[in-house]
Write a protein that binds this ligand. Structure first.
Ligand SMILES: Cc1cn([C@H]2C[C@H](O)[C@@H](COP(=O)(O)OP(=O)(O)O[C@H]3O[C@H](C)C(=O)[C@H](O)[C@H]3O)O2)c(=O)[nH]c1=O
Length: 174
């Protein structure tokens, strides 16, 4: 397993791949290895989303005690994954980071609690699997409109959003 620690506690993880004539095997995650790299909160829920090309899901976070750490992986297709540090005491407050996660690279992204998260599907039938450190709590689940002068991210011109994300409040009004 190859690990890169980045600013703000973000971690890029490349699991060890076991290829043979049948295909491919790799461990999606192992608790002891996550603890070794500083991810000490337990993963308690996994989600799968399957998106058409051009879909954007985000920007989302869960408030307060339900803030989620997320281990993101793309098992089929490809995504442009975007995170924004919204921890008020962070030296990187409102700094944004983006990553290409594709089924080809098998690269995973660890996002600590305290980040806005969203991803743009670059291909049809893009499968994203993500494991989280807190369960889904609809009353704490917040959508923030993806465009803001607070981060000036160069989004694709056309993106397909849910009504919730399309009509989400802007960052400073949320
Ligand atoms: C997140 C979630 C949603 N749902 C239900 C609620 C809706 O009826 C339906 C779709 O939910 P939503 O439109 O919020 O799904 P996404 O837009 O893919 O949201 C996710 O995408 C961004 C990128 C994230 O990082 C979040 O983890 C997550 O918010 O699934 C559940 O039942 N459990 C869940 O954990």
């Amino acid at each position: 397993m190859h690990v890169r620690h980045l600013q703000g506690g973000l971690i890029v993880i490349e699991p060890q791949l076991h290829e043979d004539r049948r295909g491919l095997f790799f461990e999606q995650y192992k608790e002891s290895l996550l603890i070794d790299i500083g991810v000490t909160d337990r993963l308690v829920q996994s989600n799968v989303s399957i998106s058409h090309k051009g879909v954007f899901r985000g920007l989302h976070y869960q408030r307060g005690a339900y803030a989620q750490g997320k281990l993101i992986s793309c098992l089929h297709g490809a995504i442009w994954d975007v995170v924004i540090d919204i921890r008020p005491d962070s030296p990187h407050y409102l700094q944004w980071y983006s990553f290409y996660l594709t089924s080809g690279y098998r690269r995973q992204l660890w996002i600590p609690p305290g980040f806005l998260h969203g991803f743009y599907a670059l291909m049809d039938n893009t499968h994203v699997v993500y494991h989280m450190t807190r369960e889904y709590n609809p009353s704490c689940d917040v959508s923030v409109f993806y465009q803001s002068t607070a981060w000036m991210i160069p989004w694709p011109a056309q993106m397909l959003l849910s009504d919730k994300d399309r009509d989400a409040p802007h960052w400073f009004s949320s």
